[in-house]
Design a protein. Structure first.
Length: 156
């Protein structure tokens, strides 16, 4: 079940248009993985991506961090996009709440209502079981204004 109904299309449009930085938790360096394809798409639309994966030091030409806690505090994160199993979401949401992020986005197949309730209790909007790339395309958001899209090689 998709949980698009939690936010209107206008609210989602406003969120994505106002977003500049997206931390992708569980970002893989393997080009055939969904997390990699979605992150490449977001980069192509001008978003700044912060890779979060404890097993990588760099992905898509960007420094990777082991956890959200390890991302420098002065680095603003607008959305935390989660590519983790549903039962592994709660600690990520706790770290996101501690950082005061703008929104939590759980990708297709990822849903954790208890973790979502924690975020909502702190005023953080939550999207569950939705692909941020598909929603961006569906809503025809277009590239981030005032920011050129990243150009990635086929190897990235």
């Amino acid at each position: 079940m998709s949980l698009r109904a939690m936010a209107t299309d206008d609210e989602t449009r406003e969120l994505l248009r106002g977003t500049r930085t997206i931390a992708v938790v569980g970002l893989s360096d393997k080009p055939d993985r969904d997390s990699n394809g979605v992150a490449r798409y977001l980069l192509s639309q001008g978003y700044d991506i912060v890779p979060v994966n404890p097993n990588l030091t760099e992905v898509l030409g960007r420094r990777a961090f082991p956890s959200l806690r390890d991302v420098p505090a002065e680095r603003r994160i607008d959305i935390v996009d989660i590519f983790r199993r549903s039962d592994e979401v709660a600690p990520v949401v706790d770290e996101a709440v501690a950082r005061g992020v703008g929104a939590i986005w759980m990708q297709l197949g990822v849903q954790n209502e208890a973790a979502a309730d924690v975020a909502r209790a702190h005023g953080i909007p939550v999207y569950q079981n939705l692909c941020i790339m598909q929603e961006h395309r569906r809503l025809r958001i277009g590239p981030v204004p005032d920011r050129p899209p990243a150009v990635l090689s086929q190897d990235s």
